[in-house]
Ligand binder design. Structure first.
Ligand SMILES: C[S@@+](CC[C@H](N)C(=O)[O-])C[C@H]1O[C@@H](n2cnc3c(N)ncnc32)[C@H](O)[C@@H]1O
Length: 254
């Protein structure tokens, strides 16, 4: 079911961060975006969602949206005329929102890009299906392609929900406290340190004693060392990047 866009907004009550999702499966939304803090934030108008059924823009009585790939090959391709009409229907309300196509060929999504997108006025997101979208629409409408990772989903809907959720949790007022995001994985270029909660002993395993010491300086040092170890071991690419960034900052300071 489509969610109606919230008020167009006024100075007193500004328009919330707004996402328009173009999809062949509007029933897949809001999906996970309706639960927990993200769902509450939507109810509280901190952000708004509208879904647009791409099939509504087919000129044909069978509501066809796809055709066989030019040059042969498996599957079907989303037609450029139908996709462009669906995209253009959002343009009047676009107000500078970036147009994004979720695609395994896109630039891998990073927390840095998520922060940039969350700082804007919202998104227009095109969810692919079949083999994907005709290349000419991507070029003609200057669409940014974003990938969730090096794997292939059946469609862009789950990827769109992941992208939207990552952005919405960074919007002001969505999470309880600013602290909730600053120490997370990727925020300082490193993966997060391991987390523990009571009981102090579980299944023969202890919480590292430093975390129960009350010594804030020692705890901070432990967290930093753990973050560095885990990043080095699991993501040497991130570790290299974080080292080069640190060298640059140190160099600028000298
Ligand atoms: C079956 S996939 C198409 C795969 C495409 N033929 C390829 O080989 O790159 C259908 C749709 O799922 C979405 N999708 C699949 N994998 C994705 C990923 N890793 N990130 C973002 N979207 C993805 C895209 O919208 C894509 O158009």
């Amino acid at each position: 079911m489509s969610d109606k866009l919230a008020d167009k907004g006024s100075e007193k009550d500004p328009k919330p961060w707004t996402v328009s999702v173009l999809t062949l499966f509007p029933e897949a939304f809001p999906g996970v975006l309706d639960v927990s803090v993200i769902g509450s934030a939507k109810k509280n108008h901190l952000w708004a969602l509208e879904t647009i059924d791409i099939r509504d823009f087919s000129a044909n009585k069978h509501r066809t949206v796809d055709g066989p790939p030019a040059g042969g090959g498996p599957g079907m391709v989303i037609k450029p005329d139908v996709a462009a009409k669906a995209i253009d229907s959002t343009l009047s309300s676009q107000d500078g929102r970036p147009l994004i196509y979720l695609s395994p060929r896109g630039a891998p999504l990073t927390q840095k890009r998520v922060r940039e997108l969350a700082a804007g006025s919202g998104l227009i997101v095109f969810c692919g299906r079949f083999e994907g979208l005709d290349q000419r629409v991507i070029e003609a409408r200057d669409i940014e392609e974003i990938s969730l990772g090096d794997f292939v989903l059946a469609g862009g809907e789950a990827a769109a929900q992941a992208l939207i959720e990552a952005c919405v949790r960074l919007l002001p007022g969505v999470l309880g406290s600013h602290e909730s995001t600053v120490e997370e994985s990727f925020e300082n270029g490193l993966l997060e340190y391991p987390l523990y909660t009571k009981p102090a002993k579980w299944d023969g395993r202890d919480i590292p004693p430093v975390l129960l010491s009350g010594n804030h300086k020692a705890i901070a040092a432990w967290k930093q060392a753990q973050s560095e170890e885990i990043t080095k071991a699991r993501r040497p690419d991130l570790w290299e990047k974080s080292r080069s960034a640190k060298k640059e900052t140190d160099h600028e300071r000298d």
